[in-house]
Ligand binder design. Structure first.
Ligand SMILES: NC(=O)c1ccc[n+]([C@@H]2O[C@H](COP(=O)([O-])OP(=O)(O)OC[C@H]3O[C@@H](n4cnc5c(N)ncnc54)[C@H](OP(=O)(O)O)[C@@H]3O)[C@@H](O)[C@H]2O)c1
Length: 271
């Protein structure tokens, strides 16, 4: 599995499994199958209500802890310093893990300062409970706040990113500040399969629109975490590394942006 280097020297697998919407037995089976197929990076969150189901799959796996990369996220209502640390302990106990490979602020809060939450994250890191600290849904102004408070702490910003939402300014800013972007909803929640350009490029090169979208992200040093629930989809999404990315596909895909944001609850201001 291809990996990207984080600013602290640690590595993150370039492809992970998104688990939003997967719960209970189905979640356990999908994560178990994904690990068998070669996935090593699992993206979950308190909000998804599936930590125990993920834990069951991890426990059934023959893989050792250091072969896995597990990300979880703290919800906005838990971002106050003490509450964040208490929540992190609960999440670790639900996941039956000693540490997170990556812990994210799931969504910034208009009420709690970035600095306060990051202080708690730093303390968790110092206590060995978090290997890498990150944020999610942070805009450039919020990233600047984070960098001003803790210049070296933030390694990842997980944001919506796909060919029809090409956040070039955010990507440039992240690159300049040595922050890796992770693309959530990398398949635009299934919309890539309706895109006529991706469909025709897919036909031409015998690749699925999902494979083209994921490879487009990975070529930009962006981690992708597609959610899939069938074995066929899991396999298809994993087969994105061992072929040449056609130059004309890369060029055409640069032109697909429509500022097509699928998740926007009003804060922060994405525009
Ligand atoms: N940080 C945040 O605020 C945030 C927000 C949203 C999402 N996320 C994370 O990002 C992950 C992915 O995003 P998402 O779940 O919104 O959407 P997505 O990954 O863009 O799309 C998932 C959809 O694509 C289908 N699919 C996957 N692979 C396919 C393939 N090869 N061929 C055909 N269809 C395929 C899935 O169907 P099947 O399920 O039937 O396979 C599902 O309907 C989430 O699960 C979550 O972990 C984070």
């Amino acid at each position: 599995m291809k990996e990207f280097e984080l600013k602290n020297g640690n590595h993150i697998p370039a492809l992970g499994l998104g688990t939003s919407g997967l719960r209970g037995k189905q979640c356990t089976e999908v994560v178990k199958k994904a690990l068998e197929l070669g996935y090593r990076h699992i993206d979950t969150a308190d909000m998804y209500g599936n930590h125990r189901a993920v834990a069951e799959a991890l426990n059934k796996s023959v893989l050792s802890r250091d072969e896995l990369f597990i990300t979880s996220k703290i919800q906005s209502e838990d971002l106050e310093n003490k509450q964040l640390k208490k929540t992190a302990d609960r999440l670790l106990s639900e996941l039956e893990l000693e540490y997170f490979d990556l812990l994210l602020i799931h969504w910034p809060s208009p009420e709690i300062s970035v600095e306060e939450s990051l202080k708690a994250m730093k303390e968790l890191k110092e206590a060995g409970k978090v290997k890498n600290v990150g944020v999610s849904n942070f805009t450039i102004p919020l990233l600047k706040e984070a960098l001003a408070a803790y210049p070296d702490l933030i390694t990842v910003n997980q944001v919506e990113f796909h060919p029809t939402l090409y956040q070039k300014d955010l990507l440039d800013f992240a690159f300049k500040n040595d922050i890796i972007l992770t693309a959530y909803s990398p398949l635009a929640q299934g919309e890539v399969f309706e895109n006529s350009v991706l469909k025709s490029l897919g036909k031409k090169y015998d690749k699925s629109p999902a494979q083209l979208a994921l490879r487009w992200l990975i070529e930009k040093n962006i981690v992708a975490i597609p959610k899939a629930s069938s074995e066929a989809h899991l396999k298809n999404n994993l087969e994105v590394f061992d072929w040449d990315f056609p130059v004309d596909a890369a060029r055409e895909m640069e032109l697909l942006d429509q500022n097509n944001r699928l998740i926007d609850p009003g804060y922060p201001d994405f525009d």
